[in-house]
Ligand binder design. Sequence first.
Ligand SMILES: [Zn+2]
Length: 40
Amino acid sequence: MGTIICQICDKTIEHFENEKVSTLYGKCTCCDEEQKKTFK
Ligand SMILES: [Zn+2]
């Protein structure tokens, strides 16, 4: 099983089906919103 983890707050965003155990980094919705505010 694969996991997507937020690279900013380390929260697990999503699990996905995968033969191997793997971790991907992304951004959760709350951190995405925070960044939108910052870049305004
Ligand atoms: Zn986050």
